[in-house]
Design a protein around this ligand. Structure first.
Ligand code: MG
Length: 370
């Protein structure tokens, strides 16, 4: 089997509501998504999506994905998409780094391998749990009551896990946010406090020590792994790392040095499922739990994360994310697993299990072919 055609689509995905990170420092209103259709000489077709969370969040942006595909296309054409690590090596050789540009290609190849073997991607990843994965909401930063209002909207949809965005130079305000949300947290609910790198070491130490008795988990409470290592020495709250978890070397360092209790694996950030499954295995080997997510995107990106999440044993999976619930558009109506009563469940459909409606994507911006 050979890849003989790669079609690239660009689609703006507007958010239902403006979204703030880092204590209101960063605002997001629309995501720049890239969809990739890979066709083969066998007739099998695979789909991938890469959608960074804007261009101010981490070093990734929509035009960068499309530029990366331009550079890599001639090295990918002609390869057998079922041989995932040969495709991975070809991409890593022709374009070192730029992991976020590779993820949609990797996903499309997993989709084809699943269709070729009649297995879901979750089963290809080792075999899926019979139960679905709780979806976590993503709660924009703001005044405590505003954030509680967002959580209440998600509760109405069945969500029991929430990722609440904190992180600003006003440490008193962050302490107020956390105490307010924890005071109103329901039995069985989990709230992760996501700092998105916004705190200095000093700010992290102040807030985390002020609410230490609550035992809540903080995600990415500093810019770098060195920052988190310092914070770890003088605080006791559990820590999740996502934005500083980019390479397998990051994963092994975090695990070996005990820098985090949770891996937040972002598939676009780490370069796709082929690389992410190695991080999953490192996490399991070290007793580290996982939160699996896209960096953003439609039902395709969510479904990729849900496949990996459902390949993780119960005791190691915290949640996945349903970004599609934050969007004003659906590129695959009637297709793919959706968040139902707060859970996303993968079925036995071969491959990814979701196909976009091409009429909703518009014409390809470019087609590469043999
Ligand atoms: Mg995060």
């Amino acid at each position: 089997m050979k890849i003989n055609r790669i079609s690239v689509y660009q689609k703006d995905l507007p958010l239902k509501d403006p979204y703030w990170l880092s204590g209101g420092r960063l605002k997001f209103e629309v995501l720049d998504a890239t969809f990739v259709k890979i066709e083969t000489d066998s007739g099998l077709i695979g789909w991938g999506e890469g959608t960074p969370w804007g261009h101010t969040y981490v070093p990734a942006h929509g035009p960068g994905i499309r530029a990366g595909l331009e550079t890599m296309a001639s090295y990918i054409l002609g390869l057998d998409p079922r041989k995932l690590e040969l495709v991975e090596r070809a991409m890593d050789t022709c374009l070192p780094g730029h992991l976020y540009a590779k993820q949609p290609v990797d996903l499309a190849c997993w989709d084809i391998l699943g269709k070729a073997t009649d297995l879901s991607v979750a089963d290809l990843l080792g075999g899926k749990r019979s139960t679905g994965t709780p979806a976590a909401s993503s709660v924009s930063s703001g005044e405590p009551d505003y954030m509680m209002g967002i959580i209440n909207r998600y509760r109405d949809m069945g969500y029991v896990a929430h990722s609440a965005k904190v992180g600003g130079s006003d440490t008193d305000k962050d302490i107020e946010r956390i105490r307010h949300l924890e005071a109103n947290r329901r039995e069985g609910e989990v709230i992760l406090y996501d700092v998105n790198r916004a705190w200095t070491r000093r700010e992290a130490n102040i807030v985390m020590n002020a609410v230490a008795e609550l035992g809540v988990t903080f995600e990415q409470p500093g810019e770098t792994l060195d920052d988190i290592a310092q914070v770890r020495q003088v605080t006791t709250s559990p820590i999740s790392v996502d934005e500083s978890l980019v390479t397998l070397q990051d994963a092994t360092r975090i695990a070996r040095e005990g820098l985090a209790d949770v891996f937040g694996i972002k598939l676009n950030r780490v370069g796709g499922l082929t690389k992410a499954r190695r991080m999953r295995d490192v996490a399991i080997a070290h007793g580290i739990q996982m939160f699996i997510m896209a960096t953003g995107g439609s039902v395709l990106a969510d479904t990729e994360a849900a496949h990996l999440a459902q390949s993780i044993p119960d005791e190691f999976i915290r949640a996945c994310w349903s970004c599609q619930d934050m969007l004003n558009v659906d590129v695959a109506p009637g297709s793919g697993p959706r968040c139902i009563d707060g859970f996303i469940t993968i079925d036995d459909t071969p491959g990814l299990g979701v196909t976009p409606d091409e009429s909703l994507l518009g014409d390809p911006v470019v087609i590469y072919s043999l």
